[in-house]
Write a protein that binds this ligand. Structure first.
Ligand code: IPD
Ligand code: CA
Ligand code: CA
Length: 270
């Protein structure tokens, strides 16, 4: 195993311990609201502090982008960790047991290592560039699903101020009509891990930040899936929109998306 992946796993497990220790005492946590429907608790902050601590101990020269801390170190560094200490905070705060720790390492601006850890099920999804994607010790492949009408899709609803709900609803309508079913589970990192594991055949996600998607993207690609932005382009890391799936489902999903993007662009240019 790549030594940096190993340290990333150690950091994810340390964060997972903070999360599970606090699962039964959500009522006593200090919870702050960053924006409408955007909460942060002591657990998000505590889990991120554990991750930073572990990473800094082994790699003091590496930079870290944490959801709660922002950049620590140089955003242009050779090695950059991208951290979401608790992906699925809303689920966590409601005792809905589906959330994760997401940690990715970029080397020279390429995704190199990825960890998505579900501390409740203790499923550890990992990927190293060129070395495949893994669930615990099992190698992952995306599913063989070849057609959208048989595909189970995952998604993330927009729920924050300023998001384009009308556009999203059009995508939901089309995928509802054309797919085999849709799930909204509440952790983008686990949604992408589910594509890598063949549990979902595709996903389309909105309102994302780099820390929501970085680790999951490497998992999908190392498991043989495809991942892009909604136009089939490469703005997915910082552009907020991600579409991923098995090669064939990804293709069909993009075909459905194309006219919707075109009409969105037309409305925007008016
Ligand atoms: C959120 C979750 C959710 C997605 C949101 C994310 P957070 O992350 O991944 O599934 O729909 O866009 O912001 O805030 O729980 O870390
Ligand atoms: Ca997140
Ligand atoms: Ca988070």
């Amino acid at each position: 195993m790549h030594p940096m992946l190993n340290i990333g796993i150690r950091a994810a497990r340390a964060a997972g311990n903070v999360i599970t220790r606090n699962m039964d005492r959500v009522d006593t946590l200090q919870i702050d609201q960053k924006a409408r429907n955007d909460f942060v608790s002591d657990v998000d902050r505590g889990a991120e502090a554990e991750i930073i601590n572990v990473l800094k101990k082994s790699y003091p020269a590496h930079s870290i982008l944490g959801e709660e801390s922002g950049w620590i170190g140089d955003a242009e560094a050779e090695y950059k960790w991208i951290v979401d200490p608790l992906d699925g905070t809303t689920n966590f705060l409601h005792g809905y047991p589906y959330f994760s720790v997401s940690i990715a390492l970029m080397h020279k601006n390429r995704l190199d290592q990825a960890i998505v850890y579900n501390p409740v099920s203790q499923e550890l999804f990992t990927a190293s560039r060129g070395d495949g994607a893994w669930l615990n010790s099992k190698r992952l492949r995306v599913s063989n699903t070849a057609h959208l009408d048989k595909a189970l899709l995952g998604t993330g609803f927009p729920y924050r101020t300023g998001q384009d709900l009308d556009f999203y609803q059009r995508t939901l309508r089309h995928y509802t009509e054309k797919s085999g079913g849709i799930r909204r589970a509440g952790s983008a990192a686990l949604d992408l891990a589910a594509v890598a594991a063949g549990r979902l055949d595709g996903v389309w996600l909105v309102g994302l930040s780099a820390w929501d998607v970085a680790a999951g993207a490497l998992l999908v690609r190392e498991a043989g899936g495809l991942l892009n932005d909604f136009s089939g382009g490469d703005t997915w890391m910082d552009g907020g929109e991600v579409l991923a799936g098995t090669p064939k489902v990804h293709h069909e999903m993009l075909q459905v998306m194309k006219p919707l993007i075109k009409s969105r662009d037309k409305i925007a240019s008016k």
